[in-house]
Design a protein around this ligand. Structure first.
Ligand code: A2P
Length: 315
């Protein structure tokens, strides 16, 4: 499997286990299955509401001693209601407590969007704080402090457009080390990848399988299916792989990290085996033609009349 390199020499396995949408009652088992079957990268976030259950798996697996904490890469993310400078490190400490860890490998600002501290998920314009009230640089400077304090080894962002990255980078000497974004054959993000590569920012692909299990309210009525795409299925057949494996391999082969979510034992094992396939030039060309610029997670749920957020992705 490919590894992503960081400036200090640290390396992160390209294929990780995603935990967004993993039920509390299933995620402990899923993480244990993953760690016992070769995964060395687990992607978490406070807002997924299941970090305590992920933490139970870490405690059990690391406690046994066969797999060491330092051999696994753990990412988590700061939720939008903790962007104020006094809230960042306490939110991180809660995540560490829930995950039963004393450091994270990577901590990300989850969205370039801020909520009031008591808001879990916004329902009205008043639930938000504008980026004038809480500038991203205020939040970022606390992320830098968290790194200096040794609570996290690397810091980055998620759901940042090129413009948002440029704005942040203009205000700091600490370039984000990662941008985690939606990325798959229907949303290939070529411009963003080029920008990130130029600035030494690693990229992680989320929703690589099209996130079919996300809430109905986040779905468009006529959205296209990635797993059922005929080109993906044809390539899968050619390699004797599953469509999911082709989608995961495609991201890995392009040099990004990729975090397919599964709580199903067979699919957790299947997904990490994706690394063993190799897509040829014809496959890559055919998949390149599928870039419809289609977002499954379009951020529209943060754009409300009367708040200051519009066109979060600038597309
Ligand atoms: P499950 O958890 O039952 O395996 P994404 O990573 O894009 O958010 O997609 C997650 C969705 O894809 C979940 O519904 C998950 O279901 C399903 N899934 C995970 N791995 C595979 C696979 N290899 N083939 C088909 N579906 C998969």
């Amino acid at each position: 499997m490919k590894k992503l390199k960081f400036k200090n020499g640290d390396e992160m396995d390209a294929i990780g286990l995603g935990t967004w949408k993993s039920e509390k009652g299933e995620v402990t088992k899923a993480v244990k299955i993953a760690l016992n079957n070769g995964y060395k990268h687990i992607d978490c976030a406070a807002t997924y509401g299941n970090e305590a259950e992920v933490g139970e798996a870490f405690k059990e697996v690391f406690g046994k001693g066969e797999i060491k904490r330092e051999d696994v890469w753990v990412t988590s993310k700061l939720w939008n209601n903790a962007h104020k400078k006094e809230d960042v490190i306490p939110a991180l400490k809660q995540t560490l407590k829930d995950l039963q860890l004393d450091y994270l490998d990577l901590y990300l600002i989850h969205w370039p969007v801020a909520f009031k501290p008591d808001v879990g998920f916004p329902e009205k314009a008043e639930d938000f704080l504008s980026l004038e009230e809480v500038p991203l640089i205020e939040t970022w400077n606390e992320m830098v402090k968290a790194k200096e304090q040794g609570l996290v080894k690397h810091i980055g962002v998620s759901n940042f457009s090129i413009e948002k990255l440029e704005e942040l980078m203009a205000d700091t000497d600490h370039t984000p080390e990662m941008n985690q974004v939606e990325l798959h054959p229907y949303l290939q993000q070529n411009k963003l990848l080029e920008f990130c590569s130029k600035h030494g920012i690693n990229v992680t692909a989320y929703s690589p399988l099209g996130s079919g299990d996300r809430p109905e309210a986040m779905k468009a009525a006529d959205e296209p299916s990635l797993l059922e795409n005929p080109v993906i299925n044809k390539i899968a057949k050619k390699h004797g792989a599953s469509p999911g494996q082709i989608l995961i391999k495609w991201s890995e082969q392009r040099g990004t990290a990729v975090i397919p979510k599964s709580t199903n034992e067979k699919r957790i094992k299947e997904n990490i085996m994706s690394a063993g396939y190799q897509l040829d030039e014809d496959d890559m060309k055919e998949i390149a033609d599928l870039d419809y610029h289609f977002r499954y997670v379009n951020g529209k749920f943060f754009e409300m009349e009367g708040n200051s957020y519009e066109n979060i992705y600038n597309d």
